[in-house]
Design a protein around this ligand. Structure first.
Ligand SMILES: [Ca+2]
Ligand SMILES: [Ca+2]
Ligand SMILES: [Ca+2]
Ligand SMILES: [Ca+2]
Length: 393
């Protein structure tokens, strides 16, 4: 009996321990280096990220409230360190697109699982447009208009500015879609087809948001925020309030149930700044977790996802090395976390030099600094470490 009790106690401990490990809720920290600070955008800048040219990094389409067109930014950097370049004309795969009504909200999804990304766009006049990709994963060729092939042709939202968000919410391997609108209503279309041939069906009975009443201009994004294996929802609900609501999935993989989490249980609680928010989640810095790409009424902001393992990993690099010190020329900084920011500051804290690290070792030429004491700072996801450097020539 005692043995059995001991075994039960051990099982219970393992269960609790696993539960703790799985509940690694991310924090979201405003990125200091924002790759999306590109051009001035209009209200409700709506980002959609996907690797449209199959070169391993995420490219970006942006719809706007006050524009009929779709902007395209090709990632000419890497998956760890994106550099976005606006491209137009024949270099913009959605150059053919025009909504004639504005409030464009693009979504990229391989809806027929043929290996290339297809496009859907929510628009001002209650509808969802579809652009089939007749090209391939490397070279997209969007066809427009294609109402005939539009699997969401029947959608007519009650409020203006329909907004599509694709997610396999019932874990049957095909993409379902939630469509929100300007009246704060979120419709649920379950995919009753299969992953190659979608067949969307309005499901009011099982809509997990049927009792959720929001104010207006609802934009929804899905991502497993607390890393428990269930997809959660993040919602912007008002044109005038810079606020993201967090709905944790407390149901199961096949039956989502969303419970709104308030206060400090909402990892987006502290977000301030521009209004007209449009959330999206994508792994922008190649570190395995999805960051928050947040459209606003002027720019797109990046909030880097930080969890406890990031902090532990960063602490591992607390002993980054600088040599030779004192330095009279080339200074080596080693044992750096890749993708962090390396800075040189003077004793007043003034920034003299900044570099995003692309390798574990970087070289700084201290020849350009006057003799004196400096601080070498490494920043990563809201954490920072300093070392004192003496320049003596
Ligand atoms: Ca790419
Ligand atoms: Ca496709
Ligand atoms: Ca599904
Ligand atoms: Ca979750």
């Amino acid at each position: 009996m005692k043995n059995l009790l001991t075994k039960l106690a051990i099982c219970f401990c393992i269960f609790v321990f696993n539960g703790f490990i799985m509940k690694a809720q991310s924090k979201y920290i405003l990125a200091q280096n924002n790759p999306f600070a590109l051009v001035n955008l209009s209200s409700f800048a709506s980002p959609a990220l996907g690797d449209i040219d199959n070169d391993g990094d995420l490219d970006l389409f942006v719809g706007q409230y006050n524009s009929n067109d779709m902007l395209f930014f090709r990632n000419i950097g890497t998956a760890n360190m994106p550099i976005y370049e606006m491209q137009s004309g024949k270099f913009n795969p959605l150059d053919i697109y025009s909504s004639n009504s504005g409030c464009n909200a693009p979504a990229l999804v391989d809806i027929n699982h043929d290996g290339d990304l297809d496009a859907f766009v929510g628009i001002y006049t209650y509808l969802i447009r579809h652009l089939k990709n007749d090209g391939n994963a490397n070279v997209p060729e969007f066809v427009w208009p294609t109402n005939m092939d539009n699997p969401l042709e029947m959608v007519m939202t009650e409020g203006i500015c329909s907004f599509p968000a694709f997610v396999d919410i019932d874990n049957d391997m095909d993409d379902d879609v939630f469509i929100s609108d300007g009246n704060g209503i979120i419709l649920f279309y379950r995919n009753k087809g299969n992953k190659n041939s979608p067949n969307f069906d309005l499901d009011t009975t099982h809509n997990p948001f049927k009792n959720v009443h929001l104010s207006a201009r609802t934009k929804i994004a899905f991502h497993d925020i607390n890393d428990d294996g269930l997809i959660d929802a993040v919602i912007s609900h008002d044109a005038q309030i810079p606020e993201l609501l967090y709905f944790e999935n407390t149901g199961s993989k096949t039956n989502a149930v969303f419970a709104q989490m308030l206060g400090t249980s909402n990892p987006f609680n502290g977000i301030t700044g521009p209004v007209a928010l449009v959330p999206a989640f994508a792994n922008i810095d190649g570190d395995g977790d999805k960051d928050l790409v947040l459209g606003t009424n002027q720019i797109i902001r990046l909030y880097e996802a930080v969890n406890s393992s990031d902090v532990n990993n960063f602490d591992k690099y607390a002993n980054f090395k600088i040599y030779p010190n004192p330095s009279n020329g080339l200074l080596t900084v080693s044992n750096l976390p890749i993708g962090s920011t390396l800075k040189v500051l003077d004793i007043t804290g003034k920034l003299l030099y900044s570099l995003k690290t692309n390798s574990e070792n970087e070289i700084i030429d201290t020849e350009i600094f006057m003799n004196g004491v400096y601080s070498i700072r490494v920043e990563n996801k809201g954490n920072l470490h300093n070392k004192k450097l003496v320049v003596s020539k």
